[in-house]
Design a protein around this ligand. Structure first.
Ligand code: NAD
Length: 489
């Protein structure tokens, strides 16, 4: 949560980046961010509102139209993005600490997020001069060519669970095509986005090409989606906000990419390597404390393996270390008091619905942990797929185990959700795995390992998990528009 203030700060202030300069908000107000390990104030950032978004959008528009960017030789754009990748890696220790303090995630996870952010810029940098069009055969008197062109100003709105990583995931392909960007980080975790804006300038991106406006979603975020100079939106966040953003974008007839929530299923057969399964569940529950959109929070287990799988998971989770992210435990805190209340509310609901928690089921309340937002990894069994805990996104270290006996039943349970972000299948039977992979309604399917792949592998949702794809070459289609030129010879 954030609290607006205009009084002198007790913590460091980080100005936002507009037109190449570090600036406060026009209102003069600041928002406080908090360390989720302790609940203590961490930093202050400007409370950007519509006039600040206006400044940023105008500067992004002017920078986009200048010869310095979209008309620049593509390989030079690529070199600037490659330099940004290197600067991120040079700065990895400082960035990882910032991300850890701001989001609560363990330091080694913060480091991996910085590496991934650098990888986005590295990957796309090499594509800038390979965005080829095509020649279309016509009749004897005509020819036609197509070219991929940028939109202009792209608005990027990201949540708090992987702040730098998600900002890079959208900004890198947008900049590669020659767009300029106005980035609005989540109010809970704005610090690494501001640092990204500074490093972009150091890397030689012209002022105004990557602006960072901090502020509240309903103020700065909404103003960004509404701004007439913003020609495309990339939104990552909840379904509720995604729906609002899409409605505004529909009124303006601008394209919007939506990366939303999930309730992903992991399907476990008795012939699976159960050690790998236990390790995967451990990652699901500890990575960002389970606050991952594609986390496999529904574990569909064949009845023949049910007891063994549950026993292994409980044994694995017993070894989880917990603490403030800076001590680099396996499990850090949730992002905020609001998220803590939400997750504990779902844990209580699970009991009321008749599910049994075989491990966890409460907040950590001993010693220092009581100050932060720490929740025990919680595994529910006796879960029916009609229960709310099996259908709604909890966004914390909570997994529901649902038994099945046939492949058809597993498929029906897995697809019986409004979401469709990811799914996993664990079996040694390749035919069964590939048949299920074909029939699962999910944008990414993993076989015998969850969360594999990297910046190269397109990512996005079926159904309410979103529209469009980030990552890989597929993302470039979303940040470019195709122009066809037809010539009479
Ligand atoms: P959220 O929707 O509350 O906020 C996301 C962002 O939207 C924040 O920057 C916020 O300030 C902004 N925002 C809020 N109201 C706005 C408005 N009216 N107009 C414009 N912007 C607005 O989401 P959250 O709670 O921060 O994030 C958690 C959600 O994000 C979960 O549902 C999770 O699954 C999803 N998520 C999806 C992905 C993905 O890639 N699919 C990745 C991470 C998180």
């Amino acid at each position: 949560m954030t609290a607006p203030s205009t009084s002198p700060p007790t913590v460091d202030r980080h100005a936002m980046i507009i037109a190449g300069r570090a600036v406060p908000a026009t209102s003069g107000e600041w928002l406080t961010t908090y360390d989720p390990s302790t609940g203590e104030p961490l930093a202050e950032v400007p409370r950007g509102t519509a006039p600040d978004v206006d400044r940023a959008a105008i500067s992004a528009h002017e920078a986009y139209r200048s010869p310095e960017w979209s008309r620049r030789a593509p390989h030079e754009r690529g070199r600037a993005l490659a330099r940004l990748s290197r600067l991120l890696l040079n700065d990895i220790d400082q960035l990882a600490v910032m991300e850890t303090l701001d989001s609560g995630k363990p330091l080694s996870q913060g480091k991996r997020d910085v590496q991934l952010a650098a990888r986005y810029f590295e990957y796309y940098a090499g594509i800038c001069d390979k965005l080829e069009g095509s020649h279309l055969p016509l009749d004897a008197e005509h020819m036609a060519v197509t070219a991929k062109e940028p939109y202009g100003v792209v608005g990027v709105i990201v949540p708090w669970n992987a702040p730098l990583n998600q900002a890079a995931r959208a900004a890198a392909p947008a900049l590669t095509v020659g767009n300029s960007v106005v980035l609005k980080p989540a109010e809970e975790t704005p610090l690494t986005a501001i640092r990204l804006g500074k490093l972009a300038l150091e890397a030689g991106l012209p002022p105004g090409i990557l602006n960072v406006v901090t502020g509240l979603g309903e103020e700065a975020g909404q103003a960004l989606v509404e701004h007439p100079l913003v020609r495309r939106i990339s939104f990552t966040g909840s379904v509720e906000t995604g729906r609002l953003v899409a409605k505004t974008a529909a009124d303006r007839i601008i394209p919007v990419g939506l990366e939303l929530g999930g309730k992903s299923a992991n399907i476990i057969f008795p012939d699976a390597d159960l050690d790998t399964v236990a390790a995967s569940v451990l990652r699901t529950m500890t990575h960002s404390a389970g606050q991952i959109c594609s986390a496999a929070t529904r574990l569909l287990v064949h009845t023949d393996a049910l007891n063994e799988v549950i026993a292994r998971i409980v044994a694995t989770l017993a070894k989880v270390t917990v603490g403030p992210g800076m001590r680099d435990p396996m499990l850090g805190p949730l992002i905020s008091r609001t998220q803590l209340d939400r997750v504990l509310g779902y844990i209580k609901l699970g009991g009321q619905e008749g599910a049994i928690s075989v491990t966890g089921g409460a907040r950590y309340s001993d010693g220092d942990l009581a100050r932060g937002y720490f929740v025990q990894p919680t595994v529910f069994t006796r879960v029916d797929h009609e229960m709310r805990i099996a259908n709604e996104e909890i966004f914390g270290p909570v997994v529901c185990v649902l038994p099945f006996t046939t492949e058809d039943e597993a498929l029906e349970i897995a697809n019986n959700t409004p979401y469709g972000l990811a799914a996993g299948i664990y079996t040694r039977d390749i035919s069964r795995a590939l048949t299920l992979a074909r029939d699962l309604e999910a944008g990414q399917v993993f076989i015998n390992e969850y969360q594999a792949g990297g910046v190269e592998t397109p990512f996005g949702g079926y159904k309410q998990s979103g529209w469009g794809r980030e990552k890989g070459l597929a993302a470039l289609d979303h940040y470019s528009q195709l122009k066809t030129t037809i010539i009479r010879l």
